[in-house]
Design a protein around this ligand. Structure first.
Ligand SMILES: NC(=O)c1ccc[n+]([C@@H]2O[C@H](COP(=O)([O-])OP(=O)(O)OC[C@H]3O[C@@H](n4cnc5c(N)ncnc54)[C@H](O)[C@@H]3O)[C@@H](O)[C@H]2O)c1
Length: 300
């Protein structure tokens, strides 16, 4: 095992003016990366903006002897995403790593959710990840190297008041999985992080439990996934308070009705236990994996 270095690497960290993103930017820069520190500033609900947030983190990196450039664009528009990647290319000549981290909450129970709350949250989490990652993917593909990290959440397991947020975060899992498939031949790896950490976004929600959850305890997993040493792609990882765990979107053996048989709803009811049985489940790494598994069932 050797030290993980980011010498010569260029990273973009969105929403890096505070919270988790700041810790990622500081750690990658400490290990030698040139970092684009993107932040719009603004409140936990995404109101307002504060250009000093990104600049402060850049100053902190430079004071420690590192290299960084600020970017104040919003991730929520195609123009903003392109401008963030352009900052990396103009300042440091390329982009090797994108950590999609920016975001905010508009929590409401489902019946109270407005379309504004929906659009704002889909824009800043899900669509933003497309806007930043597509121009970065083009540069990475050209260079034959890339690392993407998409920030999902344990809200994807279901969380009261977060229909908009959990849907956006689950969308990122699909995006990351398909980028992992499309990027494989170009040396581009893509993974999802599901952090739990005490930041301004969560300290009121987590109460005393938050004291176990320093954001710096998420950083090692993200740093590994962003590094040359990373061997995993198409993964999702929970990182919380020093516990790191794989989260899977898995498929089990299920129940096969039989060749040429169209079962009834009652047959589904009768066989639900087998349909639900997780024994023998596996994590497909692409659509093809399910097709191969199905082919085995059909031809057995
Ligand atoms: N803290 C947790 O426990 C937790 C849990 C699950 C997921 N997350 C996710 O982790 C990420 C970081 O959250 P955090 O806890 O550090 O919160 P935070 O509020 O401290 O950080 C979010 C950052 O995103 C920036 N931002 C917001 N809108 C932006 C925009 N349009 N363009 C650019 N930057 C923008 C903010 O300025 C801020 O710096 C978010 O995606 C969040 O959903 C956090």
């Amino acid at each position: 095992m050797s030290d993980i270095s980011f010498d010569g690497r260029v990273a973009v960290v969105t929403g890096a003016g505070g919270g988790l993103g700041r810790t990622y930017a500081l750690e990658l820069a400490r290990r030698g990366a040139a970092v684009v520190v993107n932040a719009l500033g603004g409140s936990v609900e995404g109101e307002g903006g504060d250009p000093t947030a990104a600049q402060k983190v850049v100053d902190e990196i430079k004071a420690a002897g590192g290299d960084a450039a600020p970017n104040f664009d919003s991730v929520s528009t195609p123009e903003g995403g392109a401008a963030i990647v352009k900052t990396a290319v103009d300042s440091f000549g390329k982009v090797d790593i994108v950590i999609n981290n920016a975001g905010f909450l508009r929590d409401k129970s489902f019946l109270k959710l407005t379309w504004d709350d929906l659009d704002a949250v889909l824009d800043v989490h899900l669509k933003a990840a497309f806007y930043v990652s597509q121009p970065a993917f083009a540069v990475m593909k050209e260079n034959g190297y890339g690392r993407f990290i998409f920030t999902a959440s344990n809200a994807t397991f279901g969380n009261f008041g977060q229909t908009n947020y959990s849907a956006a975060k689950m969308g990122l899992v699909g995006l990351s999985n398909t980028i992992a498939v499309e990027g494989a031949r170009a040396g581009i790896l893509s993974n999802v992080i599901m952090p739990v950490a005490k930041t301004r976004m969560t300290e009121d929600l987590l109460g005393d439990f938050a004291d176990y959850l320093a954001p710096e305890l998420v950083t090692p997993m993200v740093t590994y996934l962003a590094s040359e040493a990373c061997t995993t792609t198409h993964g999702a990882y929970s990182a919380a308070g020093g516990r790191y765990a794989r989260v899977s979107w898995a498929l089990n053996n299920g129940w096969f009705a039989g060749k040429g048989v169209t079962p009834t709803a009652e047959d589904i009811q009768t066989n639900l236990e087998q349909i639900e049985d997780r024994e023998g489940s596996f994590v497909p790494s692409s659509t093809t994996d399910e097709i191969v598994a199905l082919n085995e069932v059909f031809t057995k």
